[in-house]
Write a new protein. Structure first.
Length: 376
């Protein structure tokens, strides 16, 4: 759990995490995920994030009203002969993942209505203990083409600890609240699906049918790991989990048996550099604050203001550093953009949107944060 620091606490960089020498850290491993995980040292991962096959059981082609074909999930890896076979597969990889998970670690699994209830049942059967189910509400979902049911506009993430009696696990509650403009981070997450330039391509076509948005993974990793932690993803795909982990200063292991996906993921990871924090992981004094219109953290998750970006307090030479969870560190204080500016300016309250300046990456000009908000 995140611990509050007293005003007298000296800010320090966190100790470098020690990782077992036999762990192939920051690598994509090719092979069956169960066999690969069983070959790793036990209790080596701080977090396991899994986006397993959904077993959609699609029985035919889908067509849009304009008679263009929908690029649906028809890949061989998503096909199982029966629910029993899928359940057996699920039990095998969940058991292997639990073996490599530290006793202080947690597991995330994402799925749709096709599979998430079966996966959740097996999770509990093998010993995991549910912490939350998160509803990822898609801001731009694929329409329901046949008009025979509701548009499927969400997916479910299950977050669980390793066992019921587990006392410690990482959850940055207070930082998340500060980054969400001092409101509790809720279990309904509004994030657009992966599209446009974010979608990885291979030979002119999308490389993977179910690529997840980086903003979604950013929230998961920032909320439930620390810099230097080891994140394991048994279903690599195009490498989204590894890409976000690397960008946020976490270590990773990811696994896939498909060479085409590994090729795409390796190229993607080669173009990512970890965030360069001006004051990396400085704790400071975490503070509360007022409530503006939209959460500041959304600009961090979307990459508009990347982790490690510097802000300057208007009218001063004081600079602050943006953290992955949307908090800001400046002058030994860490909290929302509003409360930190209020403390530094000696005011009872402050509107951080009009107190801090960011540097526009295209023009090099300083602009008020408020310029980023719709209608500003």
């Amino acid at each position: 759990m995140t611990t509050q620091l007293s005003p007298k606490t000296t800010t320090r960089r966190p100790a470098v995490k020690k990782i077992h020498p036999d762990v192939p850290v920051n690598q994509i491993l090719r092979g069956d995920c169960v066999a690969v995980m069983n070959s790793l040292p036990p209790k080596c991962a701080d977090l396991v994030f899994a986006d397993p096959p959904y077993n959609m059981q699609l029985g035919g082609d889908l067509w849009r009203p304009n008679m263009t074909k929908v690029d649906a999930v028809t890949d061989p890896w998503d096909k199982f002969k029966s629910f029993a076979e899928y359940d057996s597969f699920t039990r095998a990889w969940l058991t292997a993942a639990r073996r490599v998970l530290k006793d202080t670690g947690t597991l995330w699994v994402i799925g749709s209505y096709h599979n998430i209830y079966r996966v959740g049942s097996v999770m509990m059967d093998v010993g995991y203990w549910m912490l939350n189910d998160i509803c990822w509400v898609k801001a731009n979902p694929t329409p329901q083409m046949k008009g025979t049911r509701f548009c499927n506009a969400h997916e479910t993430l299950l977050w669980a600890k390793k066992s019921a009696d587990q006392k410690k696990y990482t959850f940055h509650y207070r930082e998340l609240k500060a980054g969400n403009d001092d409101k509790q981070m809720r279990s309904d997450w509004y994030v657009p699906i992966c599209s446009g330039r974010e979608r990885e391509q291979r030979n002119g076509k999308k490389a993977h049918t179910t690529q997840k948005p980086e903003a979604l993974m950013h929230r998961v990793i920032a909320a439930t790991t620390n810099p230097g932690d080891l994140v394991l993803d048994p279903f690599c795909g195009t490498g989204t989990t590894a890409a976000v982990a690397k960008r946020l200063g976490r270590n990773y292991i990811t696994i896939d048996r498909e060479g085409d996906y590994i090729e795409v993921a390796e190229k993607r990871l080669a173009n990512i550099s970890p965030a360069l924090l001006t004051s990396p992981d400085e704790h400071g004094i975490l503070l509360g604050g007022p409530k503006p219109r939209i959460p500041f953290v959304s600009f961090v998750e979307s990459g508009i203001l990347p982790t490690g970006s510097a802000l300057r307090l208007k009218g001063t030479t004081i600079f602050g550093c943006i953290h992955a969870d949307g908090t800001l560190t400046a002058g030994g204080h860490r909290g929302s953009i509003h409360k930190v500016s209020a403390v530094l300016l000696g005011l009872p309250t402050s509107n951080g949107w009009t107190a801090w300046l960011y540097t526009d990456r295209l023009t090099g000009e300083e602009r008020l944060l408020d310029a980023l908000r719709p209608g500003a």
